[in-house]
Design a protein around this ligand. Structure first.
Ligand SMILES: Nc1nc2c(ncn2[C@@H]2O[C@H](COP(=O)(O)OP(=O)(O)OP(=O)(O)O)[C@@H](O)[C@H]2O)c(=O)[nH]1
Ligand SMILES: [Mg+2]
Length: 323
């Protein structure tokens, strides 16, 4: 049976009284494809907007198995022990295929999952990265308005998802594991430029030498890129031995103290970028539904067989659209 959604007032009341299940339902609302839910979601977002913007927005990425979930468990517990509240969201464009890896993740976040100061939200399964990242951005705003001090946004480094997460957070950290083929060549070039911190994971056991070498190499690579303002740091940690976490946290605080203006500017340009993206997405959606896939396919065939140039075809299609 489908539950009816809460009213706008009920949502707002639930936010005021810090009712977790209301937050969860609000996130479900922004994830819904139902036009009525969407309209209500936008009303809600508009209402809570003034209460947003106070959280630290931290992005965490890395290849499967690098140790993201274990890191978030240990880091999250560290933060809640500091009396901070933490929301964990995920951008996972592959979850449709894998059946939602975050459910499995939750088992690696045993303690955090039941910590009253933490909130873990499984990733929505998405058709498109654009859709997933819109919902994650909106979920982030809801978590901020709800009052979380920190929002951690996790993504497995598939396709463009790392870029999306970097584009919605203040501080973007990349987890890397030496000796896993995850060496410098393993990082997509454009990604390194977005990184505020590289964390070399699993700094325990017999890995020491390998870790030190990796750390040195990453430092060199980041140095060559010469960021302005903040110089990205390379840190090591062990989620199992719970080491290195305090240094990472103090670096992040340093970043927020030092880069206040830059963060403000970054957030503003992220908003503009987001708006522009939404305009593009809507235009394409309108175009597709107005012209229809049959017409588009027809022109694709004409282009393939050389009957018409891609440019001419695009103009014909646009004529159909504006008609
Ligand atoms: N020795 C050691 N092993 C670790 C550490 N952190 C994680 N691991 C192990 O590495 C494996 C993968 O860890 P996860 O935390 O699930 O990695 P993940 O990046 O979330 O993986 P996906 O969710 O599949 O993308 C597990 O077997 C962990 O026990 C660490 O600090 N030290
Ligand atoms: Mg994981």
């Amino acid at each position: 049976m489908k539950r009816t959604t809460l009213s706008l007032d009920e949502f707002l009341e639930g936010f005021k009284t810090k009712n977790r299940s209301v937050l969860a339902r609000a996130i479900t609302l922004v994830e819904s494809e139902n036009p009525e839910h969407q309209a209500l979601a936008q009303e809600l977002l508009q209402k809570i907007l003034p209460a947003t913007g106070k959280s630290k927005r931290i992005g965490i990425s890395g290849t499967p198995g690098v140790g993201k979930s274990s890191f978030i468990e240990t880091f999250g517990k560290f933060l809640t022990a500091e009396d901070l509240t933490v929301a964990v969201l995920a951008v996972d464009p592959t979850s449709k295929v894998t059946g939602g890896s975050i459910l499995g993740d939750k088992t690696r976040m045993n303690e955090l999952a039941i910590d009253p100061k933490a909130f873990i939200r499984p990733s929505p399964s998405g058709e498109t990265l654009g859709g997933v990242s819109r919902r994650t951005r909106e979920a982030m705003l809801l978590c901020e308005a709800f009052g979380f001090d920190i929002v951690l946004i996790e993504t497995v480094g598939v396709g463009q998802s790392e870029v999306s997460v970097a584009e919605m957070t203040d501080f973007f950290m990349m987890l890397l594991q030496p000796g896993s083929g995850d060496d410098l060549q393993g990082i997509k070039r454009g990604i390194l430029e977005l990184v505020d911190m590289v964390v070399v994971t699993k700094d325990d056991g017999d890995n020491k030498l390998l870790i030190q070498k990796a750390r040195h190499d990453y430092e060199q690579a980041l140095h060559i890129l010469r960021h302005e303002g903040w110089t990205p740091r390379v840190r090591t940690c062990s989620a199992i031995e719970k080491t290195g976490i305090d240094t990472i946290w103090s670096d992040i605080n340093h970043f927020y103290d030092d880069q206040d203006n830059q963060i403000k500017n970054k957030r503003q340009s992220q908003l503009i970028q987001w708006m522009d993206q939404l305009v593009k997405d809507s235009l394409i959606q309108n175009f597709m539904s107005a012209v229809g896939i049959d017409q588009i396919n027809k022109f694709r065939e004409h282009v393939k067989s050389g009957k018409i140039t891609p440019y001419q075809a695009s103009q014909e299609l646009l004529k159909l659209f504006t008609k």
